[in-house]
Design a protein around this ligand. Structure first.
Ligand SMILES: O=P(O)(O)OC[C@H](O)CO
Length: 411
């Protein structure tokens, strides 16, 4: 038997899904054994993978979050494109079978599929119906705009229904990158970096307005900050906060928590023309590392082929809230009563594919996007601590970020 190592960043309900899928694959055949290994948060997993690669000890498969895509694409000889791994293994990667937004994001401009879209997501709004009821809010009408979120969050706090009105995971992914796409404003030049080196535009007026509103809510104690990645999910599942914006991939843990929750769309800014536009794919994909034996590659190809089967994708989607990445799995889910029985579970797909993307909403790319997010987080945290205004925070994030991009491209 050939062992295949799979480094990942999944916790809670999503880690259970990883273990179940790997276990089922292992039981389905006797040539290969996939061994999942948890390596921390997404940024930690990426850093661990880079360090291991440099030491000649890279895993066979590495889960890399959306914004690590540019880093991996630039890593040249460190990876083998998934399209090639599958073809060499005797399988075909039929792109027409995959959700278009996702395939585009993980392909080269020439159309070569580089990584396997294991878990794609879209940010949505979760709300606690019991807290809404206590606060005198309509339990069947989640807030649709940011102004409505702020008003509901203040009402939750002021009424004493909960100590925290609103919290959010990922201020970078949700409030900056998806905020731009959903409101159809530019995150950066060159189609947000997908068509060339980007120059950040995140200090634009709509971002400044939005972040100042968030800073004001933090000052009032209505918004509670959880951390840079998914930490705030717990502020919601514990019942501390009435409203959460978080990845659809957070659904498994929200369901497991047993709270009486509802789902709404990602809120938009009502002053933004044409909003809401479309959200961009988040989550992560699986990269195949270079320098492995033919037997390992054959095993990886067999495993990825297994992963793309309709039943596996349907299980992943229904269990975790990540998107079904194939059209067949989406259709198969629609053919059941899953979406009727579980209101809101189709929302992330509809948000992402409801409108054809504009140059502001195809996704974001930069050679050093994880670093740009670190810079943004530092500036946002200073703002939330009351040490600077939103305008200063965003100006600094853009200036420092643009300097880092120039350095990364050697200019
Ligand atoms: O929580 P996930 O897996 O949907 O990922 C969210 C972001 O896309 C990470 O960059």
């Amino acid at each position: 038997q050939t062992e295949i190592s799979w480094w990942h960043a999944m916790t809670g309900a999503n880690a259970e899904v990883v273990e179940k899928i790997a276990g089922d694959f292992n039981a389905s055949q006797s040539d290969y054994v996939v061994k999942p290994v948890f390596k921390g948060t997404y940024p930690e997993t990426l850093n661990a993978g880079i360090a291991a690669f440099r030491a000649g000890q890279a895993p066979d498969i590495m889960q890399v979050f959306d914004v690590g895509t540019g880093v991996m694409m630039g890593a040249g000889g460190a990876i083998v494109p998934v399209g090639k791994v599958l073809a060499d293994g005797g399988f075909t990667f039929d792109k027409s079978q995959y959700l278009p937004g996702i395939v585009g994001y993980y392909s080269t401009p020439e159309g070569e599929m580089l990584s396997f879209p294991y878990n794609s997501s879209s940010p949505i709004l979760y709300y606690n119906k019991d807290i809404f009821e206590k606060a005198g809010l309509d339990v069947n009408a989640p807030p649709q705009t940011w102004a409505e979120v702020w008003a509901a969050a203040r009402k939750i706090k002021e009424s004493g229904a909960a100590t925290c009105g609103y919290t959010s995971t990922w201020l970078t992914w949700i409030h900056t990158e998806n905020f731009a796409a959903w409101n159809n404003v530019s995150w950066a030049t060159n189609e947000n970096g997908l068509a060339g080196t980007p120059e950040l535009k995140i200090d634009g007026p709509l971002f400044v307005k939005h972040f100042q509103e968030l800073a004001d809510l933090a000052k009032e104690g209505v918004f509670v900050y959880g951390g840079r990645t998914s930490e705030a999910k717990q502020n919601f599942t514990s019942g501390e906060c009435g409203i959460l914006t978080e990845s659809s991939g957070g659904l498994g843990d929200v369901v497991k928590s047993g709270i009486n929750y509802g789902i709404g769309k990602l809120p938009y800014d009502e002053t933004a023309e044409g909003a809401p536009q479309n959200t961009t794919p988040g989550g992560a994909s699986l990269w195949v590392m270079a320098g492995k034996s033919d037997e390992v590659y054959k095993g990886v190809a067999t495993f990825f082929n297994y992963l793309s089967q309709t039943e596996v994708q349907q299980f992943l989607h229904e269990q975790s809230g990540y998107l079904p990445v194939t059209m067949a799995a989406y259709e198969a889910t629609k053919a059941t009563d899953f979406y009727e029985k579980n209101p809101g579970r189709e929302t992330p797909i509809l948000q992402m594919s409801g409108k054809p993307p504009t140059e502001n909403s195809k996704g974001v790319r930069a050679p050093n996007l994880p670093q740009l997010r670190d810079i943004q987080n530092e500036e946002y945290e200073k703002m939330l601590a009351g040490q600077q205004t939103a305008e200063e925070a965003l100006k600094n994030a853009a200036t420092r970020g643009n300097a880092a991009i120039r350095e990364a491209v050697g200019g």
